[in-house]
Ligand binder design. Structure first.
Ligand code: ZN
Length: 258
């Protein structure tokens, strides 16, 4: 049985629908989500409802946390988007549905360890990093520039770890090194007994690796396969520009994946 791993949807329903259709077309029935379902984008309620319906579970990202509690260390545009997002949850006219959505956000976990069905190795899943699960960024540059940081992070990883948060897909190994998907044969990382790996699955709704296509990972028993999916960027950007509380830049960046 395969598991699709999605992350950082950021209220981009066009991207999420395209990714779910791609997952369905591969006959994959199990989906997990590493958090940041909302924030930045124009469709928070629709995205939360799709994740509630389709995912086995989701983690809590810093943007989900910011909407539920209070944004911390957000730039002004992101903070404004968080408050606008909360208004959308609050203005749901059906009180039962409003409560269900908040209940769902409130129950999101910050850390899950599980052996995926069909797999043999337990995998740690967090939104940001194993030592600060909601907020810490593990940047590709850290492999060379901050080997001590990566070493400390890898101390918290038994073998395999799944993360999102930076919106940059790729694999960190405990050499330490970082491999973008294009540097892996067939966009696939094969698990190795002697090696620890932190796999960043990239972002569904706001990729930042200069590729505007939505990113996710298919988890096989012995490997992680990176997938990119085209979606209607224009439709999401137009929705963002029609909402005064969401800065136009949040739409513009989607075209370039930055
Ligand atoms: Zn994010």
């Amino acid at each position: 049985m395969l598991t699709a791993v999605i992350s950082d949807i950021h209220a981009n329903a066009e991207a999420l629908r395209a990714v779910l259709a791609d997952i369905d077309s591969r006959g994959i029935e199990r989906i997990i989500c590493l958090g940041d379902i909302v924030g930045y984008g124009p469709d928070p309620l629709e995205c939360v409802d799709m994740v509630r319906r389709r995912c086995a579970w989701s983690l809590m990202g810093n943007h989900d946390f910011g909407v539920l509690y209070e944004p911390t260390n957000f730039n002004p545009g992101a903070e404004q988007a968080a408050y606008w997002t909360r208004e959308q949850f609050d203005s749901e006219p059906d009180p039962a549905l409003r409560a269900e959505r908040y209940e769902f956000l409130g129950r999101l976990r910050v850390r899950v360890v599980e052996t995926p069905p069909g797999g043999t190795v337990p995998i740690l899943a967090v939104h940001g990093s194993p030592r600060r699960p909601i907020n810490e960024y593990i940047f590709p540059d850290d492999a060379l520039a901050s080997p001590d940081k990566l070493e400390a992070i890898f101390e918290r990883v038994d073998r395999l770890c799944l993360v999102g948060h930076t919106h940059v897909p790729g694999v960190f190994t405990n050499e330490p090194d970082f491999y973008p998907p294009a540097e892996l044969g067939e966009m696939t990382y094969t698990f190795a007994d002697e090696e620890k790996a932190i796999i960043n699955v990239g972002s569904v709704g706001q990729p930042r690796d200069h590729d505007p296509r939505a990113s996710y990972v298919v988890l096989h028993p012995d490997r992680a396969q990176f997938v990119r999916v085209e979606y209607n960027v224009d439709a999401t950007a137009k929705k963002i520009k029609a909402i005064p509380s969401l800065h136009d830049w949040l739409g513009d960046r989607l075209y370039e994946g930055r």
